[in-house]
Design a protein around this ligand. Structure first.
Ligand SMILES: [Zn+2]
Length: 302
């Protein structure tokens, strides 16, 4: 069959197959209208059969109802490419778009989430609870102060030398840019689903950047703080739709490259303090032995 030869109608809806670059499922062409409805993980899409596609369209129609019900209560801004995530807290729904025009997820379909600063965990959430790891970004940014001061001094020196002959800007030396990498590049957000068409959804939120001519630690920390507040809003929103009422726990620094807190890791000092408080409550008869044991296990992450 030639590129421009007449093609049979779409097997799904009977619609017209586009002349150029039509999409195929199992060797059969489908129309753009049907293709435009596909919104699923790349792994699922690449294995899609015609039968699977028909089943997906039934799911799609169901999802249209959720799109219609969606009331946008909250929006999280990921910065990059205008990526947004919206939440409907009343109906416990969310969608990775600024309007409910993509797959609408029900909170109960979210199995877990992780948010990392590059590969270092910052937040983990699941039905077991929300964990917040101590970040070292602030300390690492502050530790860059000497390098930044050195850069500013070098730059000032270059400008002074440039004007030395005649007091004018001669651009005799190449402009210097600050090119030392920031403590981290991006918040990596991963949502893991228990869902027929989605296994995982990944999106990044850019970390703050140093100004490349006038780097400043305080400016960096101010924009880092703003990003952290947006990340905290995201965590609170995910918790509300998917894991309402689960405990939140602060633990020590996250281990680089792993999302799992190992059982062999010593419990953080604040967990021990918490346990002591609950133990006192048990001794005062406020908590039962059983309730205390449950709380202790939870705080120790076991
Ligand atoms: Zn079609």
């Amino acid at each position: 069959m030639g590129l421009f030869s007449k093609k049979p109608p779409c097997p799904i809806c009977g619609g017209k197959i586009p002349m150029i670059l039509p999409t195929k499922i199992e060797g059969e062409y489908i129309c753009n209208n049907c293709y435009g409805r596909i919104d699923m993980g790349a792994d699922k899409e690449s294995n899609l059969t015609m039968q699977g596609f028909r089943e997906y369209l039934a799911f799609y129609d169901q999802n249209q109802i959720l799109k219609g019900q969606f009331v946008i209560d909250q929006q999280i801004d990921f910065g990059l490419w205008d990526t947004k995530m919206i939440f409907d807290h009343q109906n416990r729904l969310f969608c990775m778009s600024k309007n409910p025009d993509k797959t609408v997820f029900e909170g109960k379909q979210l199995k877990s989430f992780t948010i990392k600063e590059d590969s270092t965990p910052l937040f983990e959430g699941s039905a077991a609870g929300i964990r917040r790891y101590t970040s070292t970004v602030t300390e690492r940014a502050m530790a860059m102060a000497p390098q930044i001061a050195q850069f500013a001094a070098n730059r000032q020196m270059a400008r002074t030398l440039d004007r030395l002959d005649d007091g004018k800007v001669n651009n005799s030396a190449p402009v210097q840019y600050f090119d030392i990498p920031e403590p981290f590049q991006a918040f990596n957000v991963e949502l893991h689903f228990d869902h027929p068409y989605w296994t995982v959804l990944k999106c990044d939120m850019d970390g703050p950047r140093f100004n490349n001519t006038l780097p400043d630690v305080n400016n960096y920390l101010r924009s880092y703080q703003q990003s952290i507040e947006e990340i905290e809003r995201l965590v609170a929103a995910l918790r509300m739709v998917a894991f309402p009422g689960v405990p939140e726990q602060s633990v020590g620094p996250g281990m680089m490259g792993t999302g799992v807190l190992h059982a062999s890791m010593a419990p953080p000092a604040d967990a021990i303090e918490e346990i002591k408080k609950y133990k006192a409550l048990m001794e005062d008869g406020v908590l039962s032995q059983q309730e205390f044991e449950a709380k202790k296990k939870q705080l120790l992450g076991i």
